[in-house]
Ligand binder design. Structure first.
Ligand SMILES: Cc1cc2nc3c(=O)[nH]c(=O)nc-3n(C[C@H](O)[C@H](O)[C@H](O)COP(=O)(O)OP(=O)(O)OC[C@H]3O[C@@H](n4cnc5c(N)ncnc54)[C@H](O)[C@@H]3O)c2cc1C
Length: 463
């Protein structure tokens, strides 16, 4: 950074920020610039660590006045790495993690640096919950703005279906409320439109009475039985009640204590099971799953919901290299199952995964034009997850993920989920919104005509 910029930071920015302003030689700079995906290694010129919503407008103004590219970091789980810029200004919300719950009103008021763990913990203290993702380290902000789905989605819809209002600082530095009654167009756009429309400084969610104990766990089958297991899975989930969620995934077996040692490291089919009703009914409902094959083992039982929300964290810790790709499915054809099995037989690393996540349910009952997120016919999300630690493996891992993505494309139903897209998929952004894209482009032109919020799956200002 040149001396002039340093003077500008000291003189024009520093005094206006209650939180911290970090430069490359600040003690915490390197810690704060790290994000979850270790493939992304960027160096912002300035990091503004906001203490409250009042810090956002001066940060935006400073970036604009100095021609600095702007990025926004919630909890830094963007696969594409969009939360961090090179040589620009990063607004970092990691010091704003408060979650306030009004149990009487069943509402949560959430700051944008909160993780799912922060959110679930605060809501469950009152036996309340709303659907969020399946790893507790993920940020509520990025997850919500792109859509958000997890174990409770079948029952209560996507995270955005439970958003009541948001406070947004737009490109002009003004703080606006977005809801069904105020700035309705902005509210429509932020529910799926990502970080394109401004910096969200507060989310208000509807909460549902839930927990604290659920029935959940994992069933593991031999990979050789994959076809019969997946075919029966497809049939089973078509009529399974929405309180029950079952996903299906391929990976190499981690050293789980309930699996024989001889299975560790081998390809397996695993089925995470989640039941949101009473434990005994759940036990009966999941009984048929055991007959899908001859399971290597299982670990299913009553567990606190918050604990289940953290159950997969150990497999997805920060600091590894990650390359994800994803397709939407309205139905799982034989060909889709076959191609997944084919690539699962060639998993290039022990942390790589292919999963089918079941979404069908409440989310399908929202009209496709009700908000920015369009694909309301989505039943199953496929994610191919390349994950490894050594940079020397980059090409091999990425190639496997890309090839599988391409091979499975003919059987997918179209569209995309912006939260699972990589940096290079800008060509898919319009497809991710389908017929909602044009309206989004018009709203973008109204709230961010200069496209200063462009480090995201970018929607260009249109007419
Ligand atoms: C381990 C892991 C598990 C996941 N599991 C799920 C899952 O179960 N379900 C699911 O739906 N998704 C899941 N995802 C995807 C996840 O939803 C996205 O990665 C999401 O972007 C993460 O949000 P974040 O705040 O942590 O990310 P960040 O990297 O901080 O932000 C991502 C982007 O969101 C925007 N943004 C963030 N905060 C703000 C803000 N306050 N105002 C405006 N824009 C903002 C910015 O454009 C930013 O680039 C998972 C991702 C990971 C890495």
């Amino acid at each position: 950074m040149d001396d002039q910029m340093r003077k500008n930071v000291d003189g024009k920015l520093g005094g206006k920020i209650k939180g911290q302003v970090l430069l490359a030689d600040s003690p915490d700079y390197h810690e704060v610039r790290k994000i979850w995906n270790a493939m992304i290694d960027r160096h912002p010129a300035v990091i503004v660590r906001c203490a409250d919503a009042g810090d956002v407008a001066p940060a935006i103004a400073f970036a604009r006045e100095n021609g600095l590219e702007l990025s926004i970091r919630g909890a830094g789980h963007s696969i594409a790495g969009n939360s961090i810029c090179n040589g620009g200004l990063m607004i970092d919300f990691s010091m704003m993690r408060r979650v306030q719950v009004d149990a009487g009103k069943r509402r949560a008021y959430v700051e944008p640096g909160a993780t799912l763990r922060d959110f679930d913990g605060a809501a469950q203290a009152h036996r309340l919950a709303t659907p969020v993702g399946i790893n507790s380290t993920t940020g509520i902000a990025g997850l919500t703005l792109g859509g958000g789905f997890g174990w409770l989605t079948r029952r209560y819809g996507m995270t955005i279906d439970n958003l009541v209002s948001a406070e947004v600082v737009t490109a002009d530095g003004k703080r606006k409320t977005a809801s069904q009654t105020e700035n309705e167009d902005l509210f429509w756009a932020i529910r799926g439109g990502g970080g394109n429309f401004g910096a969200v400084t507060r989310f208000e969610f509807e909460l549902h009475p839930f927990g604290p104990e659920i029935l959940a766990g994992l069933l593991v089958y031999p990979f050789e039985q994959a076809k019969q297991v997946l075919t029966q899975y497809r049939q089973f989930v078509q009529s399974a009640p929405e309180d029950l969620n079952v996903w299906a995934l391929f990976r190499k077996a981690p050293p789980l204590p309930f699996l024989p040692e001889s299975v560790h490291g081998k390809e397996i089919v695993a089925m995470p099971v989640f039941y949101a009703g009473d434990i005994d009914s759940g036990r009966k409902l999941i009984e048929p799953l055991r007959g899908f094959g001859t399971p290597y083992g299982e670990h299913i039982g009553p567990i606190p919901y918050v604990q289940w929300q953290q159950a997969f964290d150990a497999l997805l810790t920060p600091g590894a290299r990650n390359y994800w790709k994803s397709h939407n499915f309205t139905e799982l054809s034989d060909a889709a199952i076959d191609v997944a099995i084919d690539y699962a037989a060639r998993l290039p690393g022990e942390q790589c995964e292919i999963f089918f996540g079941l979404v069908a349910g409440a989310a399908n009952r929202v009209p496709p034009d009700a908000m920015a997120y369009h694909y309301r016919d989505l039943k199953i999300v496929l994610n191919v997850h390349g994950r490894w630690t050594d940079a020397a493996d980059d090409n091999r891992m990425i190639q496997w993920a890309r090839e599988f993505f391409k091979a499975s494309a003919p059987y997918a139903s179209g569209g995309a989920y912006v939260n699972f897209m990589t940096e290079e998929e800008t060509g898919r952004v319009a497809a991710a919104y389908g017929p909602n894209y044009e309206k989004l482009a018009r709203i973008k032109a109204k709230y961010d005509p200069d496209n200063i919020f462009h480090l995201n799956q970018n929607i260009k200002p249109g007419r």
